[in-house]
Design a protein around this ligand. Sequence first.
Ligand code: CA
Length: 225
Amino acid sequence: MAKILIIEDEAELVKVLRSYLEKAGFDVITALRGDSGLELWKREKPDLVILDLNLPGIDGLDIAREIRKTSITPILMLTARVEEADQLVGLEMGADDYITKPFSPRLVVARVRALLRRIAISQSSEVLHVQDIEIDLTAHRVTRHGDQLDFTPTEFNLLVAMANQPGRVFTRLQLLESTQGIAYEGYERTIDAHIKNIRAKLETDPKKPQYIETVFGVGYRFVKD
Ligand code: CA
């Protein structure tokens, strides 16, 4: 049974979400404050976090950042306004999905299921298929229509990080982290050089990329098919 942590300060909303999620077969734990929520996350290691953006104690963005330092646990953000959601996508603070209030609890259950399914697939599968590219994670091999494309280990790791979550925007710092394990601020621009090399091997026309898209002011994303 998957364990879901809800961090949300509206007690009534927590009650409703808990009841729907429990009926759907999930184990639910809850916190009404950011600080106690983060404590609970560290102690309980839930399979997914439903996280409100505006919270007393520590706000949702800081919690997401803290979780992302050590974990890929899916985070479903709850936001009060559409503008907040836009901002979230722009900044890409580590949320995997978001829902704008008011929402139907059924929608939350559906999104939770989808996020958990996505994680299960990416953890069990050793071959990633994205657009017309095949990435063999064990053999470290990339092919397109049977033709092998050669990447350096760093390029390969970058490609996998992005292709694993097509459509998600990654900041340069996050990509740096995925290649080195640690992100050093000030070295983000080295990512641009790697991306340029990847595009030269991957794209038909590197000036009009169909796989790796630049998101101005933020970073890069692998285009969904
Ligand atoms: Ca709130």
